[in-house]
Design a protein around this ligand. Structure first.
Ligand SMILES: Cc1cc2nc3c(=O)[nH]c(=O)nc-3n(C[C@H](O)[C@H](O)[C@H](O)COP(=O)(O)O)c2cc1C
Length: 182
């Protein structure tokens, strides 16, 4: 796909077909995460690939608003080691590092026809327990991966109440030239 088409066609997918996701595709996606930029190139990230159905079910229970995750074929959980990244202006960059890598994952998935969805709504403690993540490591985000189903399901219906609109703000509302405009 052309890069611009990847950007334009990416959208949050919350209903997946039962079709298995090939390991080579998952590996290919993870390779793009590996190439992401990071604070002083510290690469503070870790990714946990979950395909086990019982574990996926447990993860879905660790997120009240994302129970629909129970039906997805794969979940990638993105973690960061705060000690392996840096702080500047009070900003802890491990979250940024992991977010950039996760966006690589999401765009790479889109490029090869796989759906994904940024997930920030989960109980970190529960997720860490389920996956055996060490105390010093933070779970930043996760995403399902899979082939999008042709029709919308419970995931879309459940999140429609929270997400009222898919419309983006105009450039005029978000871009400032030379100085902050009032
Ligand atoms: C940091 C972050 C956290 C998110 N958390 C969730 C979530 O917990 N559940 C969910 O269904 N979508 C979640 N989303 C997806 C957004 O709702 C979605 O990106 C937004 O509504 C725009 O829709 P689109 O991705 O289809 O363009 C999250 C997105 C981001 C960037």
């Amino acid at each position: 796909m052309e890069f611009i088409d990847v950007i334009k066609s990416r959208k949050s997918i919350r209903t997946y077909s039962d079709k298995e996701v090939e390991d080579e595709r998952i590996e290919c996606i993870l390779e793009y995460a590996r190439l992401a930029p990071s604070w002083a190139n510290k690469q503070c990230w870790h990714f946990i690939v979950v395909k086990n159905k019982a574990t996926i079910k447990a993860l879905s229970k660790a997120s009240i608003i994302n129970r629909w995750l129970k039906n997805v074929p794969v979940i990638i959980v993105a973690c960061g080691d705060p000690k392996s990244s840096g702080i500047s202006n009070g900003i802890e960059y491990y979250t940024v590092d992991v977010a950039i890598a996760m966006e690589h994952i999401i765009l790479a998935a889109t490029d090869i026809g796989l759906g994904s969805c940024w997930i920030g709504g989960f109980d970190e403690k529960k997720v860490k327990n389920i996956l055996g993540v060490p105390e010093n490591i933070r779970v930043i985000t996760l995403t399902p991966l899979g082939y999008p189903a042709h029709k919308k399901g419970v995931g879309e219906r459940a999140t429609k109440i929270l997400i009222r609109s898919k419309k983006r703000k105009s450039l005029d509302e978000i871009v400032h030239y030379e100085r902050w405009k009032v």
